[in-house]
Design a protein around this ligand. Structure first.
Ligand SMILES: [Zn+2]
Ligand SMILES: [Zn+2]
Length: 133
C-alpha cells in the first residue's frame, strides 16, 4: 500500500495551528485551511491532525463530551496544559516549569513524550459556582 502524504494539506494545517494560541478544534482549523485549500474536507483535516499527532508535531487535548482541541508542539519549547472543566478554557504552562517524576516506568522504557494536564475549575468558574450556591 502506498503511503499518501499530502504535504500541502499538512503544511496548511500546521500553519493554521502555529498562528494561533487558542487551542482550536478541528472545525476551526478546517475553516482556516479552506482559505488556502478550498476543497479540503473536514475528514481530511481530522486525518491530517491524527497523522501530525502521531508524528509528535501536534498535541491533542481531549475533554469528555467535547471536541478534541489541538495545539502545535513547538520543538524544544514543550508545554503542558491546564484545562477548566467549567468554561473549557485551556492555559499553557512551560514544560521547564514542571518537574515530571518518572515513577513506576517499566524497566528499560524510553520516554519520548510526557503529557501533563491539570483538569479543574478556573477562578471565575469557581466564583460563579459559589454565587449559585
Ligand atoms: Zn473556567
Ligand atoms: Zn498549548
Amino acid at each position: 500500500m502506498t503511503m499518501v502524504r499530502n504535504t500541502r494539506q499538512r503544511q496548511a494545517v500546521v500553519q493554521a495551528l502555529r498562528e494561533t494560541h487558542t487551542h482550536p478544534d478541528a472545525a476551526w482549523i478546517h475553516a482556516q485551511v479552506r482559505a488556502e485549500l478550498p476543497n479540503i474536507s473536514l475528514g481530511t483535516v481530522y486525518r491530517t491532525l491524527d497523522a501530525l499527532a502521531r508524528d509528535g508535531l501536534v498535541m491533542t487535548i481531549e475533554r469528555a463530551g467535547q471536541a478534541t482541541r489541538y495545539d502545535y508542539k513547538h520543538v524544544g519549547h514543550g508545554h503542558h496544559h491546564v484545562v477548566c472543566r467549567g468554561c473549557g478554557a485551556i492555559y499553557d504552562i512551560a514544560a521547564e516549569d514542571v518537574e515530571v517524576p518518572a515513577l513506576g516506568l517499566p524497566a528499560g522504557f524510553q520516554v519520548q513524550d510526557v503529557r501533563l494536564e491539570y483538569h479543574g475549575v478556573c477562578q471565575s468558574c469557581a466564583q460563579q459556582s459559589e454565587k449559585r450556591g
